[in-house]
Design a protein around this ligand. Sequence first.
Ligand SMILES: Cc1cc2nc3c(=O)[nH]c(=O)nc-3n(C[C@H](O)[C@H](O)[C@H](O)COP(=O)(O)OP(=O)(O)OC[C@H]3O[C@@H](n4cnc5c(N)ncnc54)[C@H](O)[C@@H]3O)c2cc1C
Length: 266
Amino acid sequence: MQLYSTSYHRASSVEDAGKLLSGADDGKFIAGGQTLIAGLKQRLAQPSDLVDLRHIESLKGIKVEGRRVTIGAAVTHAEVASSAAIRAVCPAVCSLASMIGDPHVRHMGTIGGSVANDDPAADYPSAVLALGATVVTNSREIAADDFFVSLFETALAEDEIITAIRFDAPEKAGYAKFANPASRYAMTGVFVAKGAGGVRVAVTGAGASGVFRHAGLEAALSTNWSPEAVAGVEIDSSELMSDLHCTAEYRANLVRVMAKRAVQAA
Ligand SMILES: Cc1cc2nc3c(=O)[nH]c(=O)nc-3n(C[C@H](O)[C@H](O)[C@H](O)COP(=O)(O)OP(=O)(O)OC[C@H]3O[C@@H](n4cnc5c(N)ncnc54)[C@H](O)[C@@H]3O)c2cc1C
């Protein structure tokens, strides 16, 4: 199937991108295109204009100052996976990025696009939530706890641009996912982090309403930070997804297994 016809604009700055979008009838931002182009090819949307964010200088680059990490929205998954600076303070994030899709997806897809898209099976939302990261936009800063609303739904306004993801690297962090063998998306992924703010555990790929924190796992790991602590935690399947890949009960078991592996990895 062919895309509907659309006008392409290469934005030179965040301000320029905002102007180009507001001047369009029904425009859309595009970054790596790894989700958006696939949807357009299936004719699921018909934007009048596409405003490309990928070449905006201020959205590029990774900064690590002490333990504070700032990743520009247009940074690709491959750049995160291979960043020695991030690896030095929070290797779990590099490991997560290296597990996304395939080399093509990792070289084109961006952290900003992934977080904005909020696919319930995407990897980054679990890291952003478990790290208590801040989503920086062109108009405000949004705490991770307030950012993810539901499936493919975030706190972003239509014309708001993510400019960076920022977090303080915790003392320990780990990520484990059970990947769909075809797409590599998470059938269940668990990111665990232990830092100054305590233990945070976020689960992706499993929740019927998207990424979520698990209070039971957080409590167990706060008392005893070890893979064994996870064994006795009850995982309620009633709010998990059942789909063609597996049942909610199967996912409940995956949450426990992935949490255990994530702590081992940390
Ligand atoms: C075969 C395949 C396998 C994949 N496997 C995985 C996987 O294992 N794990 C995983 O997590 N993901 C996976 N993905 C998705 C991939 O990670 C995408 O890169 C990501 O979902 C979207 O990023 P993008 O830069 O391509 O965004 P785009 O597709 O360009 O845009 C996605 C959405 O985000 C919006 N957007 C983009 N950038 C911004 C911004 N800075 N501010 C505001 N809005 C913005 C766009 O308007 C659009 O609505 C896979 C994709 C494919 C095609």
